[in-house]
Design a protein around this ligand. Sequence first.
Ligand code: 3HC
Ligand code: NAI
Length: 699
Amino acid sequence: MSSPVVLEKRGAVGVILVQNPPVNALSQAVRQGLRDRLAEALADDSITAVVLAGDGRTFIAGADIREFGKPMTAPGLNEVIQDYENATKPVVAAIHGTALGGGLETAFAAHYRVAVAKGFVGLPEVKLGLLPGAGGTQRLPRVAGVETALKMITSGDMLPAPLAQKAGIVDAIVDELIPGACAFAEKLVADGAPLKVISRSRGKLDEADKGIFDKFRADLAKKARGVLAPQNCIAAVEASVTSDSFEAGLKREGELFMELMQSPQRAAQIHAFFGEREVAKIPDIPKGTPTREINSCAILGCGTMGGGIAMNFLNAGIPVTILELEQAALDRGIGIIRRNYENSAKRGRFTMEEVEKRMGLLTPTTSYDDIGQADIVIEAVFEDMEIKKQVFAKLDAVMKPGAILASNTSTLDIDEIASVTKRPEDVIGTHFFSPANVMKLLENVRGAKSSPNTIQTVMDLGKRIGKICVLAGNCHGFIGNRMLHPYGRQASFLVEEGAQPEDVDRVLYDFGLAMGPFAMGDLAGLDVGYRVRQHQLKTWPQGRRYSSLADKVVELGRHGQKTGAGWYRYEEGSRVPLPDPVVKELIEKNSAEAGIKRGEISDDEILERCMYALVNEGAKILEEGIAIRSVDIDITYMNGYGFPKHRGGPMHYADYVGLDKVLERIRHYYEQSGEDDWKPAALIEKLVAEGKSFADFQR
Ligand code: 3HC
Ligand code: NAI
């Protein structure tokens, strides 16, 4: 069988090329090939130096993540690295694309590293719930110093080659990869340059400030609450400084790595990694489906969402025309966009020229005449079906043929909206999350008639503006907001039955959520939900439990943070939620009036009822085909609803707990309450009967 690593001769330089597309991951065959080709190059007397490079679009982007969790196959990466360090001829790593994780660790085995200016280096393992496990935590601090190493390893962020050169990670920048690296290698030979082996000296280790590890530990305990990997990363880098020898440090790195490898957090984070790529694949829309070119965008409504959505396009260099009916609303919205950009510039994220450049791409208007030529229009007006229909009828009349007509509705029926146009194939939902310029998720909603071209164009566009796109089917609330309903209902019922809002929020915060449902409600504004519920109450099914507690809070004028009080009270100028005796009294009175006996509610019950309500609804969404795969639900929750990545999303969490156990508890709550929400999803029953998990589900 041919090896994915080849040896080519360029004059007296042996070029070892990794050919394992798409990213030259270090599979077993690559590791073996790296060893074999090096041995050949060293045995060949006509070769005086070796260049190690990646063929195709990148250097080596790391270990083969698909091998994780499977039995290890020899040779291990550390053995390969040792071979290269011990090479008797100069070895130069030639970096282009991304030298990541095990890829950069392999480059550290070379005696010298060169890179093209557009290359990147990084140790992103922490994002997979891991740490660099092939000496990265020992070699990076030696070459770049402890602080840089801690920053890179705990953030996982990449460094562009010119900065990597400044940091000491790369020795030279070359114009052309292979010719430049070969010339560099030939010069080493000509100069009789030493074979520099990073592991054989302490390098910059002793420049480290002793307090730095505790500082990083405290910082990351806050920033990455409950996440193991960053803490183990710090401990491994610390071992580089405190160990007597390189080998002892490497051994400690290995122990800390294995601890993470066995952790459910690692499985969850790798599930998230592959999930983010999986959701781009739509089974009935093959690769190569024709798409439309999008070079301009129109947005209707310059409120909270319209303004944020516009910023995404401006940031990507796509001109935006934004429409409001009233000049005053338009001026207010544009003012907010400008202020947001100026604040970013003040924080040093970009220059004031950049602010003007982005604002220069924005055209405010109050006239539909100005938007007709846009390639896509995104409607972000009030959440009201009648208004949306009026707007879409108007768009149908003014937009050029072939324009995509998108709605940012967070709950409404896309087919009903499309029905007022003569081109429902061009209509789609593009559900952004607030703040729309920050949140990574874009939940695209496919109507019954949305064409493959429309869907694929919007999926590609989402990627271009930096979003992770999930494609949902059409139903009230789609994937994300539909699941939020039973979750919110359980949170309210728990409070009616004996918990306090701060108990529910604490349990979910400790689980890892960005915030619990009550703090979230206060942040988003309680009046919005109030209006929706008043509407729903008109057709509320008889006998279905309804909690009017939230309505009573709003009726006290407590709309959340914006009125200084909601479920919590807030001190002037502060966003810290403080439990409020007024609310406590209201809760007790409400329970008494509703005839609900309050009692002790355990933290376990809070977690189960909130999580399993999400999971049960998620399963229903999956069986109805609203979500394509369970991972689409997980990606939605991790990127749009603050669900912790180290838990892998609600469906992955259920798989981790064990679907049989989850089903048993759902049945228990169904028997106890008799509520429809708790009727076990048929899909869960089926999967449990077949001994399967959500991850096994295939349509
Ligand atoms: N192993 C296996 N598959 C990988 C992979 C890896 N390390 N990196 C990427 N892939 C796969 C992706 O899943 C995707 O597959 P698909 O086409 O079937 O969906 C394909 O390669 C292309 O990846 P992207 O779509 O992400 O391509 P981009 O060009 O957008 O990004 C990248 C390229 C920046 C390299 C990005 O893929 C990436 O960040 N990869 C992960 C890098 C990483 O985490 N490396 C560290 C691994 S852990 C390690 O090395 C442990 C060591 O310390 C011992
Ligand atoms: P908003 O009230 O902040 O903004 C709506 C804007 O639309 C206002 O500025 C209003 O003047 C303008 N407008 C109303 N009718 C118009 C018309 N006919 N033509 C042009 N402009 C018109 O509301 P928000 O929060 O921005 O919501 C907009 C849409 O986004 C809604 O459909 C909402 O459900 C959805 N959404 C909201 C999220 C949020 O967190 N606020 C999250 C995701 C979606």
